[in-house]
Ligand binder design. Structure first.
Ligand SMILES: Nc1ncnc2c1ncn2[C@@H]1O[C@H](COP(=O)(O)OP(=O)(O)OP(=O)(O)O)[C@@H](O)[C@H]1O
Length: 392
């Protein structure tokens, strides 16, 4: 049930508004002037406020100003008498949601309040989602290697230089690519990701360059490829070490000429794309074994960023654990759980094989299975012998 605060020095108006709104199922509090209203506003969470303009002690505009400073998200609807419509309009300019005139029209009052609260809910939901999205974008870590990576990203991002990101699975290669994109002049353009290992060899070319209708049996429609989709932005080629040699040749040509041709097409299409590639393979070894083209390697590796395994930057483990505890508890809507120093130490010493994704899963598992405080025993039970206890 929504809580509404009515601030008006006229008792009869408070009574009328209060009765209407109570009848409509709202919970009502009343204040006789701005000062009293502000005290109540700071003591309790309201969903909306109806506020008169002309009042003794603190008038409506002053209340509005103070309330907006305290909690800008609560919608305030001004209630204006005949003589102060201009002031009401002024109040809307200063952040009031809207105004209604006295005597209040029942329908207008209810619609205005409902719209105000709907908007507040949308704003809150947007903030929550934005926080959630931004969460995944944070790069946690204060170890030497991570600081160095962040420094490199800051230098490299504004240029159009190609970057090759290397490192084991789940160490944060994709995160590095996202950071580069977000800090580049292409940030308002698309970031398009292709996982080269997940696409069957015979489809990778059509995935990257698109195809014309009828160019092969299953090409029933024309299709725009990832290079074209990424125009004006960044193309992230993940697991580039798994790309077929024939696709490599086409990617090389696209990088050299800034042009692509759709499979089965003859038109050359200009593309303006920055490529960031990532791999968990030793690409020079792949070159030696004739699985990867040296000329493509040189094109891709203008800047090299190696993301070290978590085992080589254990100082970051406590920060990451805290970060994931925050995120997981927020997701589950519970108060953040504490963690014993001994438990933290056990996690720090654990062999993560570099994988931050696994660390997050482990934190989630610990949050679900442990009490208010995560103990070393919990870590022992649910994490350390995880190879033996994989089926808990
Ligand atoms: N420094 C970090 N701070 C916070 N979260 C991180 C960090 N590094 C990685 N992560 C998170 O760990 C997960 C794995 O990271 P990411 O996908 O970037 O790794 P990857 O090396 O690209 O993995 P793969 O090799 O499997 O493609 C993601 O959810 C990512 O947000």
């Amino acid at each position: 049930m929504a809580n509404i605060l009515i601030i008006d020095d006229e008792k009869s108006i408070r009574k009328t508004l209060g009765e209407i709104l109570t009848y409509e199922g709202y919970k009502i509090d009343e204040a006789a002037d701005g000062a009293e209203g502000f005290k109540m506003f700071t003591a309790k969470q309201y969903d909306a406020v109806l506020c008169d303009i002309k009042m003794p002690k603190m008038d409506g505009l002053e209340f509005l100003e103070k309330a907006k400073e305290t909690n800008p998200d609560i919608p305030i609807v001004m209630v204006s008498g005949h003589g102060n419509i201009d002031t009401a309009v002024d109040a809307v300019k200063k952040g009031a949601y809207d105004y209604i005139s006295k005597p209040p029209d029942l329908n207008r009052l209810l619609i205005t309040l409902r719209n105000a609260m709907d908007k507040t809910n949308l704003v809150a939901e947007t903030k929550r989602l934005r926080r959630k999205v931004n969460k995944t974008q944070e790069m946690i870590g204060a170890s030497g290697p991570i600081l160095k990576i962040k420094e490199t990203i800051e230098k490299v991002a504004p240029t159009d230089a190609r970057v090759l990101v290397t490192g084991e699975n789940g160490v944060g290669k994709e995160l590095v690519a996202r950071w580069i994109h977000e800090r580049s002049s292409r940030a308002s353009g698309p970031l398009v990701e292709v996982n080269c290992a997940a696409i069957p060899g015979e489809l990778i070319e059509s995935e990257l360059f698109g195809h014309e209708k009828g160019s092969f049996t299953s090409a029933v429609k024309q299709r725009i490829g990832k290079f074209e989709q990424a125009n004006g932005g960044t193309l992230f080629l993940d697991e580039i070490g798994d790309m077929s040699l024939s696709a490599q040749a086409k990617v090389l040509r696209a990088l050299q000429e800034g042009r692509i041709t759709r499979v089965g097409g003859d038109k050359e299409i200009n593309v303006d794309v920055r490529v960031i590639a990532a791999t968990n393979k030793d690409l020079l070894k792949e070159v030696e074994d004739k699985n990867f083209r040296l000329d493509l390697y040189h094109r891709l590796s203008v800047i090299l960023i190696h993301v070290p395994s978590l085992n080589d930057r254990r100082d970051d483990v406590p920060l990451l654990v805290d970060h994931f505890l925050d995120g997981v508890c927020q997701e589950y809507g519970i108060t953040k759980k504490a963690i014993d120093p001994a438990a933290l130490k056990a996690l720090e010493d654990h062999d993560w094989s570099g994988n931050i994704r696994e660390l997050r899963n482990v934190v989630e598992r610990l949050v679900i299975l442990s009490g208010k405080t995560i103990t070393a025993d919990n870590v022992e039970d649910y994490v350390v012998p995880n190879r033996k206890k994989a089926s808990i």
